[in-house]
Design a protein around this ligand. Structure first.
Ligand SMILES: Cc1cc2nc3c(=O)[nH]c(=O)nc-3n(C[C@H](O)[C@H](O)[C@H](O)COP(=O)(O)O)c2cc1C
Length: 181
């Protein structure tokens, strides 16, 4: 779903901001607050997320990737993974294609805390269409990008058996958890 209408965009961006500033930014799960191995990078990423919240109000196009056919609330992992597997790679391909044309994107899911309201604003049939990703689409300011810092492959690849000595993902916290939504 491609949202270009200024009023609709403003309404969607407004909801994103309310979730970001009202629920996420103040929560213990906010990126700028959680402990990190590399605090500098963590703070930089937090500032980038803060900037995205502001920028979303300025971009001319917001794209919302949707899974048409069912909702995933309470769906077993087999169905969730299978259905998401049909739409998330396509979304990523879209982002890469945009990048190849000088356009920037940013994967976000925060608005899903109020997905139903966004569905109502855009006329998306909530009961049968699952929104999965929201991204701005806009020409980037500048072209100077550098690779993000990543752990060395050997820190995260498990060979033959799960190795508990490898890097473990931090516990999931924040607004994505049903108990805190
Ligand atoms: C599933 C998913 C949901 C995300 N949701 C948000 C979001 O709502 N707001 C935000 O600022 N960043 C969000 N991000 C993070 C950014 O889009 C991030 O810049 C992007 O994932 C690239 O950084 P990374 O590869 O280090 O994760 C999300 C990332 C993922 C993978």
């Amino acid at each position: 779903m491609v949202v270009r209408d200024p009023e609709l965009r403003a309404a969607v961006a407004g909801i994103y901001s309310e979730v970001y500033l009202g629920s996420y930014r103040e929560s213990a799960g906010y990126l700028g607050r959680v402990e990190a191995k590399d605090p500098d990078t963590q703070q930089k990423t937090a500032r980038s997320a803060d900037a995205l919240e502001r920028a979303l109000h300025e971009v001319g196009t917001i794209v919302i990737a949707c899974l048409d056919g069912l909702r995933l609330d309470g769906t077993p992992a087999l169905a969730s993974a299978s259905m998401l597997g049909g739409v998330l790679p396509a979304t990523w391909s879209f982002m890469l294609a945009a990048r190849a044309r000088g356009l920037g994107t940013a994967w976000t899911t925060m608005h899903l805390a109020r997905e139903r309201e966004v569905a109502e604003i855009l006329g998306i049939p909530f009961d049968t269409v699952q929104q999965v990703c929201l991204t701005p689409l806009a020409y980037t300011v500048g072209e100077k990008f550098s690779p993000a810092k990543r752990p060395a492959p050997d820190e995260v690849i498990h060979w033959d058996r799960w190795d508990t000595g490898k890097l473990a993902a931090p516990p999931v916290t924040g607004i994505a958890l049903p108990s805190s939504s």
